[in-house]
Every structure is written in structure tokens, then in C-alpha cells.
Design a protein. Structure first.
Length: 285
């Protein structure tokens, strides 16, 4: 293989501008942590052409400002666990601890989890409770898309072939309160979710002032639960205020090797109530 062919197959730029310039010329497979990308290929090496974004320093880390928080695309799950973040992020931190083993958490990235668009992506429910938006950049410009609109279905996103996910944004108005996350699997560790739930609530003087709830792995895309959220506001935190009728029409679970649809329907409500219980008792991550 000559050097020209090697350059055509593998690109590792050190600046975002260079990455976007290469991406504008030809569609490339983006590589970061590769914890999803490597298992998806049946070859010993990744088939090219590849755009490796791990050398772009501006894409890793968590920044805060008056508008909220920005999580860089190559920020790992371990980075999130170790970061000094408000209690509203505790659900995301708990999810980060559930992503595979420590080795996977040290390599896997938040943006990769979103772009993989699995119905069981651990990061999505807690990010939904934070009203997260995805920043997409191309050589032509930048746009932000709410996470709820970015993931279109299993393995489908709103990402164009000439775009990179550069950051995940958490607006300042959602960093109040406390967050929590629970995941149900066939065993305690190293498992894909049967169901997962996330919650963020703001309590003042013992009364819920704001609530955000989400369920994942029980529909093609993780979803918020507006009726259940509304049922919590204006009263003390009480998990039993959440009823099956408030969530069932948001769910469309499937039968697979981990569980059947009926089991997912039954467990989603119980898991959501259990997610709220630590928040009712003033505990989080």
C-alpha cells in the first residue's frame, strides 16, 4: 500500500477545521473511542476511509459558562464520572458507571453513544432530563438540534455525512435539582438494558417545583414522560403518584433475547418509581 492510499484511508487531524475540511470532501467513518465501532466490523482492522478525531484537543472536556455546560464529543464516560458537576448531573454520572467495564468507560465517548443511536444507549435518558442539545458542525456552519430530535430511531440520527458532533449542550435552566438513574438488566454488571429510567427533580420547601422523567430501552427511542412529570409538580415527592396510564402510551417495547414486551411494560413503571425514591429521600449519586 503506497503512502497516498494510506492517507486516503486514514485521517487523524489535530484541529476541528482540518477535520471538517476532510469531511466536506468525502464521506468518512468517524472514530473516537471505537467501543461500538470495532464490534460492528467483521474485519481485523476498521474498513476505511476513517476520520480519527481523538487528536483534536478542543473536542475533549467539559466547559461551563452563562448558557450552561458543553460536553466535548470525545469526552469519555470516565471523564464524566470524575468531573465536578452539579447534582442535576448525578443521573448522567450513574449512567456513566453502567457503560460496560472500566476499560470501556475509559475509552467510550458520550457523542459515540448518541451517534450509535441504540434504543438502550445508557446516556440518553439522563440527557433527556437535562434538555440536552447536540451541536453539529460542518465546513458550512454549525447547528444545534435537541437530543429528542437528533435520534430518529434505532441506528438513525439527524447527522449529515459532512457533519461532526462536536459538543452536547446542557442549558443553564436545567442544572437545578437532583438527578438519578436506574438500569435493569439480566445481571448486575456488563449488561445491555432491559429497561432504564432517569429523573431530575427540583424541590423547594418539600414541594416539587420541576420534574423531568425519561425511559429508555422500552421504545425505539428513549422518551420523556410529560404526564408523569406534571403529576409530580406541586406536591411532595411521591413515587406512587406515577401511574401506568401516565407512561404506557409512550412505550412500544419489543420482544428480544433479554426480555419480552410484556415484561418491559410491567417493569418500566416499577423502575421509574424506584428511580424517584432516592430523590424523595434526598439522596442521589
Amino acid at each position: 500500500m503506497d503512502s497516498m492510499t494510506e492517507r486516503d484511508l486514514y485521517h487523524r487531524p489535530t484541529t476541528l477545521a482540518d477535520a471538517l475540511a476532510v469531511l466536506s470532501e468525502t464521506p468518512l467513518r468517524v472514530a473516537a473511542g471505537c467501543t461500538d465501532l470495532f464490534p460492528a466490523t467483521e474485519r481485523k482492522v476498521l474498513p476505511g476511509p476513517i476520520l480519527d478525531i481523538t487528536a483534536i484537543e478542543e473536542l475533549r472536556g467539559i466547559e461551563t459558562g452563562p448558557d450552561g455546560y458543553a460536553i466535548g464529543a470525545t469526552t469519555t464516560w470516565s471523564d464524566i464520572v470524575d468531573a465536578d458537576l452539579p447534582p442535576a448531573f448525578d443521573g448522567l454520572k450513574l449512567a456513566a458507571r453502567e457503560v460496560g467495564a472500566r476499560q470501556i468507560q475509559a475509552r467510550g465517548t458520550l457523542a459515540g453513544n448518541l451517534c450509535n443511536a441504540s434504543p438502550a444507549a445508557d446516556g440518553v435518558p439522563p440527557l433527556l432530563t437535562l434538555d440536552a442539545a447536540v451541536e453539529l458542525q460542518s465546513a458550512q456552519g454549525m447547528r444545534r438540534v435537541p437530543l429528542s430530535d437528533f435520534i430518529k430511531g434505532p441506528r438513525k440520527t439527524d447527522l449529515r455525512s459532512d457533519e461532526l458532533v462536536t459538543h452536547t449542550h446542557i442549558p443553564s435552566h436545567t442544572i437545578d435539582g437532583d438527578g438519578f438513574f436506574l438500569k435493569l438488566g439480566a445481571r448486575k454488571y456488563l449488561v445491555i438494558s432491559i429497561a432504564m429510567t432517569a429523573a431530575r427533580i427540583v424541590v423547594e420547601d418539600g414541594i416539587v417545583k420541576d420534574a423531568a422523567l425519561a425511559i429508555g430501552a422500552c421504545s425505539p427511542v428513549a422518551t420523556r414522560l410529560p404526564e408523569a412529570e406534571a403529576a409530580l409538580v406541586g406536591a411532595p415527592v411521591d413515587p406512587m403518584r406515577i401511574t401506568r396510564e401516565m407512561i404506557v402510551h409512550h412505550l412500544s417495547p419489543i420482544d428480544d433475547m433479554r426480555a419480552d414486551a410484556g415484561y418491559r411494560h410491567k417493569t418500566a413503571l416499577e423502575l421509574l418509581r424506584r428511580t424517584l425514591s432516592p430523590l424523595a429521600q434526598g439522596r442521589a449519586a
